[in-house]
Design a protein around this ligand. Structure first.
Ligand SMILES: Cc1cc2nc3c(=O)[nH]c(=O)nc-3n(C[C@H](O)[C@H](O)[C@H](O)COP(=O)(O)O)c2cc1C
Length: 144
């Protein structure tokens, strides 16, 4: 079985004055660029943190990561996971978005995920991140 889909998961901190306009701008550009680069994924925003899954050809994913790292709308970007797999988790999404600051979205899974990932000392086990990310797959169908 081929394992040609590269998955990269990171967490970063949003600048303090980040607005929903900024987030919409990020999503608009991401959806346009990612569609051209065959990249899919999900961006989750919660309490000033961005958590993103990027999946696609490794070179394309690394290239966009390089742009995000120097994007001054976020800082302290920490890669949590890099892995290759035979399939995508968010195949229908050039970039799904999940707003973790909306109270009805504040599920136990989301709270757990962020609690584990925001603290660099915690060294979240990779399978745990992946299994939690998978839980957002079904939700992503409803996201815009
Ligand atoms: C948290 C965050 C996530 C981003 N995700 C993506 C992405 O998935 N794809 C993308 O092309 N740009 C993404 N960007 C925007 C890039 O940093 C950059 O502004 C954009 O790719 C530049 O596009 P351009 O080269 O077409 O001007 C993201 C930025 C931030 C702050």
């Amino acid at each position: 079985m081929s394992t040609n889909v590269f998955h990269l998961v990171y967490i970063s901190e949003a600048v303090e004055d980040i607005s929903y306009t900024d987030i919409h701008d990020i999503l608009n550009v991401s959806r346009k660029n990612n569609a051209m680069e065959n990249i899919t994924g999900i961006l989750i925003f919660r309490e000033g943190y961005f958590f993103q899954v990027l999946e696609g050809p490794e070179a394309a994913v690394r290239k966009v990561l390089g742009k995000i790292i120097i994007d001054d709308r976020n800082y302290n970007l920490r890669v949590l996971l890099e892995t290759s797999d035979h399939s995508r988790l968010f195949e229908n999404w050039s970039m799904a978005f999940y707003d973790g600051d909306i109270s009805s979205n504040n599920t136990e899974d989301l709270v757990n995920l962020f609690e584990l990932c925001v603290d660099p000392a915690k060294r979240t086990p990779r399978p745990l991140i992946m299994s939690m990310v998978k839980k957002f797959r079904s939700t992503a169908r409803e996201l815009r």
